[in-house]
Design a protein around this ligand. Structure first.
Ligand code: SF4
Length: 369
């Protein structure tokens, strides 16, 4: 398959592994944070970590939208169903994420709540059209990749006068989270970043330039295939050896410096920055999330319904917050593979298909190797 098979070639991977082994300096330790959960899964699915020299370490980042959603927002969504009797439309990954008190959308659905799994915002709009007497709320989550389709749905609802449709907006922004990781009171030691691929196809590589210069950290925007990750790691290692800190783009088949300007304009028209937003593991981050512009306020679920901020804690023993900061790895969690499995997840990092714990479980990394 074009754009897939050629990025999974075994002999090329072997060659790249040799070049990386020759390029690393034995006295250096290279700590590379892969921001996206998609990269984490590629690293373990294809055994990329095993092809790296022992002094190249991947630190798993918070780039999994389901994982970083704070527990209280799940509880808010459950309240919409139980107290306001809305039809709640959501993507599959969110269904099993535990909220406070181990309640989840799946359990609320089993208890009779009208919660429907959708594949796109268009599905949610159709449900609103088909149920004019019911309030339909789309539980919107995701980074800049999934934000434009939400913007399209809101504009479409306004054009159609679909007044029973609204959006519970939880869209978050990548550069602000990267900054928060390095600005943390006890920051994790990170030498360089593998930058997001899908997000960057929307925002472009430009937004990372100020960040990279300010923190003196190299960034390479990396595709999701194993050879992408290996090539990008090599590019980062070369930058670190040379003492450079630049933004480079390995994923040039999809990402440009300016990104998708049409999608950016759409986002800017429909959304504005929240002054701050809570991230699981990272706490409150200024200017890190979006809410609806005043012109679209009638489609904002947080304005249509009473939705007080809920402070809920994670399951005792769950290390998701530290894992999302890069401070711990799934193997550091005593619940991994014992109490916590994909069938019985204790935290979002095991539920989400992009979560680090799910990657360790799926690809047999339950113990230190
Ligand atoms: S293994 Fe489960 S309990 Fe442990 S950090 Fe991951 S999601 Fe949380």
């Amino acid at each position: 398959m074009k754009y897939i098979d050629e990025f999974r070639q075994h002999d090329v991977a072997k060659h790249l592994a040799q070049v990386i082994a020759q390029t690393v300096k034995p006295e250096k330790h290279y700590r590379l944070m892969e921001f996206c959960g998609g990269h984490t899964h590629a690293i373990f699915r294809y055994g990329v970590q095993d092809l790296m020299p022992s002094n190249v370490e991947f630190i798993h980042g918070p780039g999994c939208p389901v994982c970083v959603l704070p527990t209280g927002r799940i509880d808010n969504a459950i309240q919409l169903v139980e107290q306001h009797h809305v039809i709640l439309c959501t993507y599959a990954d969110l269904m099993r994420v535990p909220g406070g008190g181990r309640q989840s959308l799946l359990k609320a659905k089993a208890a009779g709540g009208d919660i429907r799994m959708v594949y796109s915002t268009q599905d949610a709009l159709k449900i609103a059209r088909d149920n004019p007497d019911r309030q339909v709320v789309f539980f919107a989550i995701g980074f800049e990749t999934t934000t434009p389709p939400t913007a399209v749905a809101i504009k479409q609802a306004q054009t159609e006068g679909l007044i029973n449709f609204s959006v519970f907006c939880n869209h978050v922004l990548t550069p602000a989270a990267m900054q928060a990781i390095l600005d943390a009171p006890e920051p994790v030691s990170i030498d360089a970043f593998l930058g997001p691929s899908h997000v960057s196809s929307v925002i472009g590589s430009k937004p990372y330039e100020t960040f990279s210069a300010h923190y003196a950290k190299p960034i390479v925007i990396a595709g999701f295939e194993p050879l992408d990750v290996m090539q990008s790691s090599l590019m980062l290692i070369r930058q670190l050896n040379d003492g450079r800190h630049e933004v480079e783009n390995e994923y040039s088949r999809a990402v440009t410096r300016d990104g998708n300007v049409k999608a950016q304009a759409l986002m800017a028209e429909v959304f504005e920055l929240r002054p701050q937003f809570e991230w699981r593991g990272l706490g409150l981050i200024p200017n890190s999330a979006l809410k609806l512009q005043a012109a679209y306020a009638e489609f904002d679920a947080e304005q249509r319904f009473e939705m007080p901020a809920i402070k809920a804690s994670d399951v005792k023993g769950c290390e998701c917050p530290a894992i999302l900061r890069g401070a711990k790895k799934p193997q550091d969690c005593k619940l991994l593979g014992t109490v916590c499995t994909p069938e019985n997840p204790m935290g979002s990092c095991m539920v989400s298909s992009e979560g680090a714990c799910a990657a360790y479980w799926s690809y047999g990394r339950l113990r230190q190797v």
